[in-house]
Design a protein around this ligand. Sequence first.
Ligand SMILES: C[S@@+](CC[C@H](N)C(=O)[O-])C[C@H]1O[C@@H](n2cnc3c(N)ncnc32)[C@H](O)[C@@H]1O
Length: 247
Amino acid sequence: MNNQDWYIDAFDEWYPIVYQHRDEKEAQEQVEFVFSELNLQYNHKILDLCCGYGRHINFLFPKVSFVVGYDLSLYLLKKARHFLSDKISLVRGDVRYLPFNPESFDVVLNFFTSFGYFDEDKENIRQIEQVSFVLRNKGTFFFDYLNPLQVKKITKIETKKTYHSYIIKENRFYDEISRELKKEVSIYLNNQLKKSYTERVKIYSLDEISRIFSSQNLHIQKIYGNYNKESYTEESPRLIIIGEKNE
Ligand SMILES: C[S@@+](CC[C@H](N)C(=O)[O-])C[C@H]1O[C@@H](n2cnc3c(N)ncnc32)[C@H](O)[C@@H]1O
C-alpha cells in the first residue's frame, strides 16, 4: 500500500471508535434536513455514495422505497448488512468506478466529507463525473464537505478522547503545499499503540467546487453552512451544497 491509499486502511474496525460521535442521532437529523430540502419522494431512486455502515440509509428507508448504499470498505459494508433491511442493496466499489447505468438515480447523497481522498485532482474530479453519469437529468446531488475557509486556518490542533478503554489521539493540520487537511490518528489500549494512520483530505474552495461541478454538467442550487440551515460563512462548520444535473 502506498501513502495515497490511506482510505483503504482507515475505514476498518477502528473507524467506529475514532468517529464514535458520528452516530445515528446525527444521521437522523441530517436525513431530516435532506428530506425537507430535497423534497424526496417515496418513488425516488437514491444512491448513498460512501454510505459507511448505513446510518443515513436507516432513516431513508422505507420512507423512500429504493436506496442503494455504495462503499469501498468491506468492514463497514458488512456492518451495514447486519444493520439495515434486506431490501437495501449494498454494493462494494470505488467512487471513481461506479457500476451503475447512466441516469440510474434521482438523487445521489454524499454525507460527511467523503470527497477529496485522492492525491490527484483528476481522480477527485472523476468522482464528481461519476455522480453526474449516474444521475438523471435534473437529478439532485447532495454534497456535505468541510468548510475550506475554516480548514485553511488550522495550523495545529491536538485532541485526545477515550472510548471504553481506548485512548485516541488526533493531530490535525492544514498542509499548504499539498492543500490537504491531514489528521494523524493513533489509537492506544493499555498504553500500547494498536493502530495509527494519517487521513488526508484535499481541500477545494467553493469556487473550485463550483467549477468542477460545471465541468461535469452539474450546477449549484443552494449552499448552507450547517444542518440548521444557516448561511454559509467563513465561520461555518460545513460546506453543504445542493447541486442539480443540467438538463
Ligand atoms: C468519512 S466516512 C463517511 C461514511 C458515511 N457517509 C457516514 O456519514 O457515516 C467516508 C466513507 O467513504 C468510504 N470510502 C473511502 N474511500 C472510498 C473510495 N475510494 N470509494 C468508495 N468509498 C470510499 C469509506 O469506506 C467510508 O465509509
